[in-house]
Design a protein around this ligand. Structure first.
Ligand SMILES: CC(=O)SCCNC(=O)CCNC(=O)[C@H](O)C(C)(C)COP(=O)(O)OP(=O)(O)OC[C@H]1O[C@@H](n2cnc3c(N)ncnc32)[C@H](O)[C@@H]1OP(=O)(O)O
Length: 538
């Protein structure tokens, strides 16, 4: 990196507390500064680089507003990270401030504070009750749902444009959208939340409703029992657990110096020897007018029943593999065979990059029980690797089962190694290194890296398999995970989740301009589906 003005401006240490954060709140563990990873997701919002991710969740039974309110009350006391908001820097127009040259040219090694909200009402959570704020987008989503009564590609496409503002003094960084008495969409701007958190919220609501007795564990003061209030901090603060320490305090994301040459090589391959989406539009900020934002990605939802999922799971298990590398191989072969993605004549196009996010909770070291994993079940607790794969290795026909599973095994080995050798954390860990945090403005670094760039490969995000106990009075019957890449430089996005009730759901998206015709994207998705059917033993 070259020397820039960023390096010579003295580090600004914000020693004084913002007015919204008292020492009392900090002592109670109800306010603290964000960690490096939490700050990364906050900067994606303040620099307008990412819209949201969603988890569509369906319950077997209707869930009323009052059931929802009571469940959230219990869950939020236990997991106060769900009740947080971020406190902006003390600037009159703080949104402009975060995008000003002055801010962007100053390193801020101390990140902004989060604190538990002073009060939370169900109407702060339910988008349906925020008609005014969402007037441009909500009617379209609800009308779309009314006509189909189920989750569809075009509904996901609309939902991918929802925004959840950060730095809201009254509302947290997530919302619920009620589609019907049983069907909801969890929408998060990714601040202190990830796909697993969204799934956990649905599962915890079902768990609470299945087990709830008539008396609450957290009695309310009578006058607050207004059918809307979830909590009031002043009267309820004793019920809240402490906010956990940022996961980056528990897990070392920062790479060892000896890992850096390999990382530099991989950047070289990604930059000079890889697939680039020259036809697509360059990446842009996400604060675009809605019609333009809506057009940026095309979506397709692929569905497999639970019986089909079981067959696939059995087949890949007998081959000694897990699900993600299997799907990954099916996808790349489809990209190759559809004939419309790779420019096979270019001497520079050898590889394509793939980023696979993972839950970094796997790296938490439990002392005596599972309490740490339980504590961190909500949060932006992710890692992931970002590799390049040889395009020529994808040339496999559906008749070549052995060759196919050799490729899956190769990916599988890569996964296993990445959990041990630090590859899983290095991409995010680089921006947490002291030399960078102390000397650079991270917002600027990421913004410059993400914006106005040609898109490249694939963001392959598998939230996982979430088995449900169908004997429980309330349980989750369906999950769909969806997001658009925003300014993250990927042309293709796959977001995956499954249950043992309604099976496997894969939301695939492609950036505008990648294909000349809509039919080409449909063809790619059909190839992908046909590969899953064929190699999955269906
Ligand atoms: C907006 C955002 O939040 S982005 C981040 C979202 N993504 C995540 O959080 C990623 C969470 N997932 C993980 O961390 C995963 O471990 C990965 C993606 C790194 C690797 O996945 P895998 O190697 O497929 O599986 P993993 O070892 O976790 O799987 C456990 C089991 O579930 C199976 N499985 C995993 N995903 C699925 C699925 N979608 N459907 C069915 N079964 C699945 C595996 O095959 C494996 O089965 P087995 O125990 O019978 O062998």
């Amino acid at each position: 990196m070259t020397a820039t003005a960023v390096e010579i401006v003295p580090v600004l240490l914000e020693e004084s507390l913002p007015v919204e954060v008292s020492t009392k709140l900090i002592e109670r563990g109800h306010a603290r500064r964000m960690g490096h990873l939490e700050n990364y997701f906050a900067l994606l919002q303040r620099q307008e680089l990412y819209t949201n991710f969603q988890i569509y969740g369906e319950f077997n039974e209707p869930v009323s507003d009052s059931q929802l309110r009571e469940s959230l009350r219990e869950i939020l006391f236990k997991h106060p990270i769900l009740a947080h908001t971020i406190i902006p820097k003390d600037q009159p127009d703080f949104r402009k401030w975060y995008q000003s040259e002055k801010y962007l040219n100053t390193p801020y090694p101390l990140h902004d504070f989060i604190r538990i909200l002073p009060e939370l009402k169900l109407s702060d959570i339910l988008i349906n009750k925020q008609q005014e704020e969402y007037s441009d987008i909500l009617p379209g989503i609800l009308n779309e749902f009314e006509s189909e009564k189920k989750i569809t590609s075009s509904l996901l496409s609309r939902a991918s444009c929802l925004r959840v503002p950060i730095y809201d003094p009254k509302r947290p960084n997530w919302r619920l959208l009620r589609l019907s008495p049983r069907q909801f969409i969890y929408v998060s701007n990714h601040c202190c939340s990830d796909a697993i958190s969204g799934v956990n919220l649905f599962q915890d609501i079902a768990e609470h409703l299945s087990s709830s007795s008539t008396s609450s564990s957290f009695p309310r003061e009578d006058d607050k029992n207004d059918n809307n209030t979830i909590f009031n901090y002043n009267s309820d603060w004793k019920f809240f657990n402490k906010l956990y320490d940022p996961i980056t305090d528990k897990i070392e994301y920062r790479p060892k110096v000896k890992a850096l040459p390999k990382f530099a090589c991989s950047i070289f391959v990604k930059s000079y020897l890889s697939y680039f989406n020259w036809n697509g539009l360059p990446t842009m900020r996400v604060d675009q007018p809605l019609p333009l934002l809506h057009k940026q990605f095309q979506f397709q939802l692929l569905e497999f029943t639970n019986e089909e999922l079981n067959t696939i799971r059995d087949k890949i298990k007998t081959m000694g593999c897990t699900f993600t590398p299997f799907l990954q191989a099916c996808w790349f072969i489809a990209m190759y065979k559809c004939g419309k993605v790779f420019n096979l004549k270019s001497w520079k196009e050898w590889a394509i990059d793939i980023a696979v996010p993972s839950s970094s909770r796997r790296f938490l070291i439990e002392e005596d029980d599972n309490s740490l994993k339980e504590m961190y079940k909500y949060g932006s607790n992710v890692g992931g690797f970002h590799y390049s794969y040889l395009i020529s290795s994808f040339n496999i026909d559906r008749s070549e089962n052995d060759k196919f599973f050799e490729l899956v095994q190769y990916y599988q080995d890569g996964y296993s190694k990445s959990y041990e050798n630090g590859d899983h954390l290095i991409g995010l860990g680089i921006m947490m290194m002291d030399g960078i945090v102390q000397r650079k403005n991270i917002d600027k670094m990421i913004k410059d890296d993400y914006l106005n760039q040609t898109r490249a490969g694939v963001l392959f995000s598998n939230a996982g398999f979430f088995p449900q106990d169908e004997s429980k009075k309330y349980h989750v019957t369906d999950l769909v995970f969806n997001q658009a890449q925003g300014s993250m430089k990927f042309s293709f996005g796959l977001n995956i989740a499954s249950t043992n009730v309604n099976g496997l759901k894969i939301s695939v998206n492609v950036a505008e301009g990648t294909f000349d015709e809509t039919a080409d994207f449909a063809h790619l998705c059909n190839e992908f589906k046909a590969n899953i059917v064929s190699f999955g033993g269906l």
